[in-house]
Design a protein around this ligand. Structure first.
Ligand SMILES: [Zn+2]
Length: 295
């Protein structure tokens, strides 16, 4: 069993936009020019052994928040395979209503922000009441970090100090840090070492290291930090594919993941156990329990 802890099944309009963007910016990408539907994405993941996914949506504009959350709610009804996260925009005036609806009416497991794509900084003052509410609701939040090269238009980098500031300020809020600030993975390790309420998501790191090395960059230090982090903190580490917005097709992403030598128990934590325990802890069991055969 595999829980892919980072997938983006989006409304058809946004999936089509993603295909066009990929073809334009990364014409060599194996998924460039391919079209996607929810059924196709679920089918491809299933064929690669995935039994459950964390599905992340994020609105580009304030008036898209409700539509996307509704979408993820209906998607999770259509596919028990989907563990849905809600989202919101810095310009939403009624963040509290949106957050409460996501948890109380839609049963979402947590929330996601992708500030680079959404066009704001995660420490924007207008977000602080939302973090406070999510903390009260007892749900986790995932905030994108790293891979700045892919977002050339960003105005403000999401730095370790910005994220650490939020972690300190909202000390009982659980944070998921995707991509561990790649390539500065030591920043992700630092947060794991110092804050119990931090999880990291290794999505894209394995393939990024392999692809960077193919380009002639030296990634020995990054490999070393990744291995060290895995041996210490795999119980707070997820693995995801970012499909269909990942660094390659699923075959290559899984191949790069399996290429890195790690203890079997560590691999199991990343592929399943951490995400399973996490889903249980945050009250999202639907779709998972039946497959556990009564455990
Ligand atoms: Zn992503």
């Amino acid at each position: 069993m595999i829980i892919d802890a980072h997938v983006h099944i989006l409304p058809q309009r946004r999936l089509d936009g993603l295909s066009i963007w990929l073809g334009r910016v990364f014409s060599e990408h194996p998924l460039a020019g391919k079209s996607f539907t929810d059924d196709k994405i679920v089918g491809e993941l299933s064929r690669n052994g995935v039994t459950q996914i964390f599905n992340y949506v994020f609105p580009m504009r304030a008036d898209e928040s409700r539509e996307l959350n509704q979408f993820n709610y209906h998607l999770a009804k259509k596919f028990p395979f989907v563990i849905p996260f809600g989202s919101f925009h810095v310009e939403n005036e009624d963040k509290k209503i949106i957050l409460d609806q996501c948890v109380n009416d839609f049963g979402f497991i947590g929330f996601k922000l992708h500030p680079y794509v959404q066009g704001f900084s995660p420490d924007d003052e207008r977000l602080l009441p939302a973090y406070e509410r999510i903390e009260q609701l007892g749900k986790p939040i995932n905030i994108h970090t790293g891979f700045e090269d892919y977002y050339p238009k960003i105005e403000k980098r999401i730095t370790l100090s910005i994220i650490e500031g939020l972690i300190r300020r909202f000390s009982s809020l659980t944070f998921i840090i995707p991509h561990m600030f790649y390539p500065t993975l030591e920043e992700g390790l630092y947060l794991l070492d110092n804050y119990e309420n931090v999880y990291v998501d290794t999505t894209n790191i394995f393939t990024a290291i392999c692809q960077d090395e193919e380009k002639g960059l030296t990634r020995d230090k990054e490999r070393e930090i990744l291995l060290k982090t895995l041996s210490k903190w795999s119980r707070r580490m997820f693995f995801g594919t970012d499909h269909p917005a990942g660094m390659s097709d699923l075959e290559r992403i899984f191949k790069d993941f399996y290429l890195l030598q790690m203890a079997n128990a560590v691999r199991q934590d990343l592929l399943f156990k951490t995400a399973y325990e996490f889903a249980k802890q945050y009250g999202y069991l639907r779709g998972i329990e039946p497959q556990m055969g009564g455990h």
